[in-house]
Design a protein around this ligand. Structure first.
Ligand SMILES: [Zn+2]
Length: 556
């Protein structure tokens, strides 16, 4: 008989930064460590990760971090977590490969950390708790659900999944293992909520194949397909159909390229070598205009649209679009990117480039809908259902599904980040709280200059700009005047003065630091100002104006 606490440090009542904690007696099991992007997706610079103070304070009790799959909203906080507490991490082969790459990208040596590759046939024993896994179907290979076998029953964590029966091998659900678990007294099921409100079983792939094949056959020239790099299964399907249509294939996407490279080098993504083209930079001799080519433009959130815009403006280094090209859009805008998507379509229309948008009705969602959830309930027969992953409305939608299925209110648990469910001897006895919050981290630096300029324009239009102007004497190592703060298109809220003072204080602090040295590092100085001031403003008003430090070296 045990005392169990279950809570989330992120992912409940929000889209991203998923992280669940299960305490069995005094042992702690952490599940997933994801990031989320701040407000609108445009800014690309910073990410938000969960406040992990609770884990830091209790690090000696942690058995490990268990990862469900390799999407950023489930692994994106790992570098932050591991640089604070070096705990063991367990994931499938493909997931761990992505984590290694992610750590490398964050200037960490993955060999310094304890990353363990597991598969669904592995069970791990930690005192009175056994951890097992089963394969799930999602848009990325080797996704798993995690089961903690406690003395009082099994706690199952099954995030991002669906029950698509046509999934390829590395995406298949282990129904046998789920059925086995269902016989073992499942105490609590945590399942994802974001698709809970969708009632219809998603379409089969028939319409998808038909639409893509038609588009490939009817196109006169190149076909440019946009796809999210997280949807590896969809990218594979496009490749297969392009091969069937006797077309050559090129894949574009800077950041996405890493995921795709890993997937290709380890055999998770297959392109027949005779069909694959490595594009060369455009110059007088080379235009990459091969009529039989399919170009798959990949990226996350707004990126595929930016790449298309660059191609239309003839600023891209690989593809310049013309009216012989056709576009097949498989990137239904995620919240915050609708405007860029619409603008991109306007731009394409102006250039008379044909566009076909493939919408949600044809693209099979990789998330569980109403029916998938009910099937999971009936296979696992959990005593309690705890909806995870999603905005608050999504959690409520799953609660309705559970109710509809036959659960009463006492067996459906709705909590938000930081609320702890206390379970004793297999029954919920009450609730308590732990502290939670957001931590802002610097993301990796983005793209080439075009991308930065485009992004700046978007931000400028929506969030405004702040100029921080100061006359400085480098020779005397002192501030002469300022900082003067000029805002454009950015409106302060009520506590204008407080924010203003904070900016000035920060400016002075950073300036003092940089002026200490004889040779002033102007770039570092400006970057620190931009970073720090942008954090202050985001914290105060949740806006991200462009910060432009204007430092004038004045001879006196
Ligand atoms: Zn996912």
């Amino acid at each position: 008989m045990s005392k169990i606490n279950v809570f989330a440090l992120g992912g409940l009542g929000e889209n991203g930064k998923n992280m669940v904690v299960v305490e069995v007696d005094d042992r702690i099991f952490v599940i997933d460590a994801g990031l989320k992007y701040p407000s609108v997706d445009l800014y690309g610079v910073d990410a938000v990760v969960p406040d992990i103070n609770y884990l830091i304070e209790n690090k000696d009790r942690i058995e490990g971090l268990f990862i469900s799959h390799g999407h950023e909203d489930h692994i994106g906080a790992i570098s932050y977590l591991l640089s604070n507490i070096n705990i063991r991490v367990y994931g499938t082969h493909f997931t761990i490969s992505l984590i290694e790459d992610f750590l490398t990208e964050n200037n960490m040596n993955y060999e310094d950390y304890r990353l363990y590759r597991i598969n669904e046939n592995k069970t791990l024993k930690f005192n009175n708790v056994i951890v097992s896994f089963y394969n799930t179907t999602h848009s990325i290979p080797e996704s798993i659900a995690i089961a903690l076998h406690t003395p009082d029953g099994v706690i199952v964590y099954c995030t991002d999944f669906n029950f698509n029966q046509n999934a390829p091998t590395r995406y298949k659900t282990s129904f046998e293992k789920i059925t086995d678990l269902g016989k073992q007294n499942v105490l609590l099921l945590m399942a994802e909520s974001i698709g809970a409100g969708i009632v219809n079983r998603s379409t089969t792939d028939y319409m998808f194949n038909y639409t893509v094949t038609n588009a490939l056959n009817n196109a006169n020239g190149r076909v440019i397909v946009t796809a999210f790099s997280t949807d590896l299964d969809r990218i594979q399907k496009i490749i297969n159909l392009a091969v069937d249509a006797n077309r050559k294939i090129a894949i574009i996407g800077r950041k996405a390229q890493r995921i795709i490279d890993i997937a290709m080098s380890s055999g998770y993504l297959k392109v027949p070598s005779e069909n694959f083209i490595n594009l060369k930079f455009i110059d007088e001799k080379n235009t990459n205009e091969f009529d039989d080519m399919v170009v798959i433009v990949t990226g996350v959130r707004h990126e595929p649209f930016y790449v298309l815009q660059r191609m239309i403006r003839k600023q891209d280094r690989l593809i310049h679009l013309n009216s012989n090209d056709s576009i097949l859009m498989m990137t239904t805008p995620v919240p915050g990117t609708e405007k860029i998507a619409q603008r991109t379509i306007d731009m394409l229309n102006r250039e008379d480039i044909s566009i076909e948008k493939i919408g949600k009705d044809i693209l099979r969602s990789s998330h569980a809908n109403n029916e998938d959830l009910k099937l999971l309930y009936s296979l696992l027969k959990p005593k309690y259902v705890l909806p995870i992953k999603g905005e608050y409305r999504h959690l409520i939608e799953q609660a309705k599904v559970a109710k509809d299925y036959g659960y009463d209110d006492n067996h459906i648990i709705i909590i938000e980040n930081g609320q702890v469910v206390n379970i004793e001897n297999g029954a919920v006895t009450g609730y308590s709280n732990v502290e939670v919050g957001d931590v802002l981290v610097d993301g990796s630096i983005i793209g080439d200059i075009n991308e930065v300029v485009l992004r700046d324009r978007e931000v400028l239009a929506q969030e405004g700009a702040i100029l921080v102007i100061s006359n400085i004497s480098a020779r005397n190592q002192e501030i002469l005047t300022g900082p003067e703060i000029v805002t454009k298109g950015f409106v302060y809220s009520d506590d204008k003065e407080e924010l203003h003072n904070k900016i000035v204080t920060t400016f002075n602090k950073i300036a003092t630091n940089y002026l200490k040295k004889r040779a002033i590092d102007w770039n570092g100085f400006k970057k620190s100002l931009t970073d720090e001031i942008s954090k202050i403003i985001y914290k105060a008003v949740h806006k991200r104006p462009i910060i432009i430090p204007v430092l004038i070296d004045t001879q006196v």
